[in-house]
Design a protein. Structure first.
Length: 125
């Protein structure tokens, strides 16, 4: 049904990563919703969830389009956790990315891991 998605490594199929938010001491679960092409963080009591959306623009290329963090979760590192999960998705799937989202561009500037840059399309670095 989604040939680009099924070609990725089995390790990514059930990606649910518990990541610690720097400085907050809280733990959030980042879920990868492949069908809707997004990463989410949904705290137990909140109705809204934080979202990083992407779309495939080629067989091995994605556009990291946007992030949204509800006000109740802001300032806790949730957008950074979503960005980290998206970068790990790129690395594991050997994908290239266009970054349309200003926050993800900022995240990459603040976390200059050289081995990640090979996964971003050169014109956007």
């Amino acid at each position: 049904m989604f040939p680009r998605l099924t070609a990725l490594t089995p390790r990514l199929r059930g990606l649910q990563v518990a990541l610690s938010s720097a400085g907050s001491g809280c733990r959030f679960a980042v879920d990868h919703d492949r069908q809707n092409r997004r990463f989410t963080v949904r705290p137990g009591t909140a109705h809204e969830c934080a979202v990083l959306s992407y779309s495939f623009i080629g067989d091995k290329e994605v556009d990291l389009m946007s992030t949204y963090v509800p006000e109740a979760l802001r300032g806790q590192g949730v957008a950074a956790l979503l960005s980290q999960a998206a970068v790990e998705f790129l690395v594991e799937g050997n994908l290239k990315a266009r970054v349309s989202c200003w926050y993800i561009q900022k995240y990459m500037e603040e976390h200059p891991h050289n081995h990640f840059y090979m996964h971003f399309l050169p014109q956007l670095l």
